[in-house]
Design a protein around this ligand. Structure first.
Ligand code: FAD
Ligand code: DHB
Length: 412
């Protein structure tokens, strides 16, 4: 079998890309290693930028999001037992964000795809991608410059996806392969190491995330700096809270009792005001390490990388899912340009276009992480700098606007 665009991975980036390509009349196939229930239950991000909401709506996946998504006009920062609210519309000329869980985005896209869309195979594990090399890109560029259609390429130049499905080894020949297979995916490994540069930073702490059956104790998210470490209050709905604690790397989530978790959260969110953190049954818990990573370029010949397969941000600042959506929006437009006008320029610009936004988000996520977390070896000097920075945000509309603009998403 063959297809135009082979997509590895059915996370948000693979699913949204498939939807956008389907709407543009471009055929594609999505191969996902895990089963549907696993992909739909995987707890991850919760905040969508307006541009992510817009593309989901445009793709046809906005119906439930519009009904159930919670618009948020600000966040609160907490430090020195006080809180400061950032008013997004006021600071950004009218922008806001939406709280709607990644699990729900994924469910909505999967339903659309299975009802009316390109093939989406679960439990189809990709073992490797071969071919598609950079030599093809030059051949294609020359062909296009000469006004010849891109299908003058020989079949041997096309990349092949090797995967196992229903106990059998199978192959899928594609005009293009897009690796939407996350940080541990296999598509990136199809690209020679010498063609890629990776920039990385690992942090000396992790996030302990919980889901709890209790109405959120605050209407808006709270990002809290405290001498005991960072904590974040978020939500999934009016009845479900999502909370995070900074913990040492290697922490075993099962080693904490529910009471210990709530006590620690309470201590970190404590303020000199009449406010209380409500407790409830903890229904899910997991520890995730924090990492920054960028692989450049995001394209090699006929192979493209999108979302976490190309870049990771630490979650402070909620950029991961939004970057994934932005990548595939750019990529889908580029494929459409090729499909409708035989024009490769969008595909050729893909990596540079995306990396501008990626590096802005990398800087912002690093800034949020290092401003709000306490390094295990942190000096008092470094803590004073953090507090000074937070005080500056609270006293200067310019400093506040810099944070707010990045949080709601900068168009790049
Ligand atoms: P993914 O969602 O990782 O999807 C990749 C898909 O590819 C997966 O379904 C995987 O099963 C599949 N796959 C992998 N290898 C293969 C293979 N060989 N064959 C077939 N399929 C394959 N961001 C935030 O903003 N806030 C958060 O709180 C937050 N929490 C996170 C927690 C965790 C544990 C992780 C890993 C990420 C978190 N993120 C968070 C980041 C955000 O969830 C990601 O940026 C987003 O999921 C990226 O989407 P993606 O589709 O590119 O990758
Ligand atoms: C959530 C996650 C984040 O990383 C963040 O910055 C805000 C909210 C969440 O899971 O709700």
């Amino acid at each position: 079998p063959a297809t135009t665009v082979g997509i590895v991975g059915a996370g948000p980036s693979g699913l949204l890309l498939a939807r956008l390509l389907h709407n543009a009349g471009i055929d594609c196939v999505v191969l996902e290693a895990r089963d549907r229930a696993y992909v739909e239950q995987r707890q991850r991000a919760g905040v969508l930028e307006q541009s992510t909401v817009d593309v989901l709506r445009e793709s046809g996946a906005g119906e439930r999001l519009e009904r159930e998504g919670l618009p948020h006009g600000g966040i609160e920062l907490s430090w020195n037992r006080r809180r400061h609210r950032l008013d997004f519309p006021e600071l950004t000329g009218g922008k806001k964000v939406w709280v709607y869980a990644q699990t729900e985005v994924v469910k909505d896209l999967i339903k659309l795809q299975l009802d009316d869309g390109a093939p989406l195979l679960f439990e189809a594990s990709v073992t490797s991608v071969t071919g598609g090399g950079a030599a093809t890109a030059t051949a294609t560029a020359t062909a296009t410059a000469n006004g010849t259609a891109n299908d003058t390429d020989t079949d041997t130049d096309k990349p092949t996806i090797h995967y196992t499905y229903e106990g059998e080894d199978r192959t899928l020949t594609c005009d293009y392969v897009v690796g939407c297979d996350g940080y541990h995916g296999v598509t990136r490994k199809a690209i020679p190491e010498s063609a890629l540069s990776t920039y990385e930073r690992v942090y000396p702490f992790s996030w302990f995330g919980i889901l709890a059956d209790v109405p959120p104790s605050n209407d808006e998210l709270i990002y809290a700096h405290s001498p005991r470490g960072f904590s974040l209050l978020s939500m999934r709905s009016h009845t479900v809270s999502r909370l995070y604690l900074q913990v040492p790397n290697g922490t075993d989530p099962e080693a904490w009792t529910d009471e210990q978790i709530w006590d620690e959260l309470e201590a970190r969110f404590a303020v000199d005001a009449d406010w209380k953190l409500e407790r409830g049954p903890i229904t899910q818990r997991a520890v995730l390490p924090l990492r920054s990573s960028v692989t450049e370029p995001m394209r090699w010949g006929r192979i493209f990388l999108a979302g976490d397969a190309a870049h990771i941000v630490p979650p402070t600042g909620a950029k991961g899912l939004n970057l994934a959506a932005a990548d595939v929006t750019v990529l889908a437009r580029a494929f459409q340009q090729l499909h409708e006008h035989g024009d490769h320029s969008g595909l050729d610009a893909y990596s540079d276009t995306c990396l501008k936004r990626v590096w802005r988000a990398e800087h912002f996520s690093y800034f949020m992480t290092t401003t709000l977390h306490t390094d295990p070896d942190q000096s008092d000097f470094a803590t004073r700098l953090q507090i000074s920075q937070l005080d500056r945000i609270a006293s200067s509309p310019h400093a506040a606007a810099e944070l707010a603009e990045n949080y709601v998403g900068i168009a790049l």
